[in-house]
Design a protein. Sequence first.
Length: 311
Amino acid sequence: MQTHAPVVWLLTDNKPGHRNQLKGVGNRLRVHAGVSIHWLDALALKVPLWRAVIGLAPTIDRSLPPPDLIIGAGTSTHRLLLALRRKTRAKTVVLMKPAFPLNWVDAAIIPQHDRVKAGKRVLITTGSLNGITPLARITDKPEALILTGGPSPHFNWDNDVVFDQINHLIATYPDWRWTISSSRRTPAALADKLQALAGIKITVVGPDNTHADWLAHQLAASRAVWVTPDSMSMVSEAATSGVPAGLLQLIPHTGSRVAQGIDLFVERGYLARWSDHAFVMSGTSQSSQRLWESDRAARWLIQRFLKRSQP
């Protein structure tokens, strides 16, 4: 029986959302199986289409140990993932619904809103994998976090609607301390209006003023979190934290799968709608079950591929 520490290659396109998915499942694989993690920049390893189709690996740094698992997140990693699929012993995993046939890889972990049926090689998740760890205890301090995104293909973005809802929360709960975060997608006009709110009890943070662990630390210090629904990644992080969470209200585009996926969070009690803001601010969660899809995905991968090689 093998007793080596399993080796996992994570293929990244360096987009924050995709890197966050890899970080989430990679961290849990390390905790549960003691894996050795190695990151590969897919953008630095140019793979011609013909290599991807026939599964012919490009030249890889020879100092890297041979992988047991190769996991890719983001379309730009797919050529490299497919080119590596014939490496001895390695199992390949894609973290989304790919454009290529699913039987070209050993496993796929796909969010439910992509409408793929679960199967022997397919795990369906609620929302996106992410690096947030559910909190064991929610703070008693009246501190709230607001995460704002920006225009997307899934919702009718309206600066005034978002700003008015944020203003309403601040005015309705004046004894609370508020941290408001914008993102790189937040329109400049809205970011400027949010910045003007900064004061003794209101901190406004832009994307250039945060670090890799900022969100996890901020969630741990919050008793409530509000998020615009335009980003599945952002919504999934809020829901995973276990902090009572609510959605700011925007009109979804007809037929949007992402909007329908976000509705699932509400139906399962992980998030509340804007109309239930009093419930969110009361400091209680609507769901009795913890959401931790990165942990569930890691356990699934271990059971399927790494059980024999755990140290």
